[in-house]
Structure formats: structure tokens, C-alpha cells
Design a protein around this ligand. Structure first.
Ligand SMILES: CC(C)(COP(=O)(O)OP(=O)(O)OC[C@H]1O[C@@H](n2cnc3c(N)ncnc32)[C@H](O)[C@@H]1OP(=O)(O)O)[C@@H](O)C(=O)NCCC(=O)NCCS
Length: 128
């Protein structure tokens, strides 16, 4: 088994500014289900959830880069598993990697944390 890790930290304000001032940024980076998740949150916490997802995408990108460094941030989807206490789960929307996930050849795990000004994430991927 081989495993690779990745980490990222980001200022919530940077993500907020990009979403509010760059037309199309939100839809370019986040999937419809991620947008639905963050936009359900209050005006106060919405951008911390976006920033957490952004950090998670970058951490996953880093952990995956030895296996495939052509995955784009929009192809990295982070959802919350309501059947498992909202734990984040990762779907890679790029077909070859998605296939590896479905066949249990590749496992990706991520952990996200955020406070008012910063969001951080750590990811690990295993080639089984
Ligand atoms: C789930 C929990 C660990 C989140 O911790 P937190 O400090 O409130 O929040 P953080 O900013 O560190 O983490 C938030 C992220 O954790 C992730 N998360 C949520 N539930 C999770 C779970 N059950 N397992 C792993 N990760 C989880 C999510 O990705 C979430 O971000 P998102 O909603 O933007 O996707 C916390 O709410 C909890 O239930 N703790 C259990 C112990 C407890 O009761 N502590 C209170 C003692 S006073």
C-alpha cells in the first residue's frame, strides 16, 4: 500500500472576496452540491464553509498529485455524510480516479476545521 498526504490553510476573507467579486468563481470551483451545502448556512458562517471546502480541495489536490496531477479543483467534491454524523466524504469527479475510488483501489480521506478567519484541511490518499 502507498499513501500520500496533503494539507492547506486559507484565510476565509480571501475566499469570500473571490466569491463576491469574481463573477463565476463560485461555480468554477465548487460543485452544485457543495454550493447547496454552504448556501444553506447563515450569512455569518457561509464563507467559512466555502473556505473549508477550498482548503480541502487544495489538500486533496496535494495528496493526489503523485497519482494524477491533472485533477482540477472543481473535480474534487467534498460532501458531508449525513448517515455518518456529517463526516466529510470525497468524490473525485474525474472518470479514471472515480473508477479507482469505486473499485476500492484508491481511498481518499479529508478532515476540515475552521474558525472565524481561517480554514484548514488535511487529506490522505491510499493506493490500496
Ligand atoms: C463534529 C465536530 C468534531 C466539529 O468540530 P468543531 O470544532 O465544531 O468544528 P470544526 O471547524 O473543527 O470542523 C468543522 C468541520 O468538521 C467536519 N465534520 C463535521 N462532522 C464531523 C464528524 N462527525 N467527523 C469528522 N468531521 C466532521 C466538517 O467537514 C465540518 O466542516 P463543514 O461543515 O464546512 O464541512 C464537533 O462539532 C463535535 O461533534 N465534537 C464532538 C465532541 C464534542 O461534543 N465536543 C464538545 C465538547 S464541549
Amino acid at each position: 500500500m502507498s499513501y500520500f498526504c496533503g494539507t492547506d490553510i486559507i484565510e476565509v476573507e480571501r475566499v469570500k472576496k473571490a466569491i463576491l467579486s469574481t463573477p463565476g468563481f463560485k461555480e468554477k470551483i465548487f460543485t452544485p452540491l457543495e454550493i447547496e451545502y454552504a448556501d444553506k448556512k447563515s450569512d455569518v458562517t457561509r464563507f467559512t464553509h466555502y473556505a473549508g471546502r477550498f482548503a480541502a480541495k487544495e489538500a486533496i489536490y496535494k495528496s493526489l498529485s503523485k497519482i494524477d496531477n491533472t485533477v482540477s479543483l472543481s473535480e474534487i467534491e467534498i460532501l458531508n455524510d449525513i448517515t455518518n454524523k456529517n463526516r466529510p466524504v470525497v468524490n473525485i469527479l474525474k472518470p479514471n480516479i472515480n473508477e479507482m475510488q469505486k473499485e476500492n483501489k484508491l481511498t481518499i480521506d479529508v478532515s476540515i476545521s475552521h474558525i472565524k478567519d481561517y480554514a484548514t484541511a488535511n487529506a490522505i490518499c491510499y493506493l490500496n
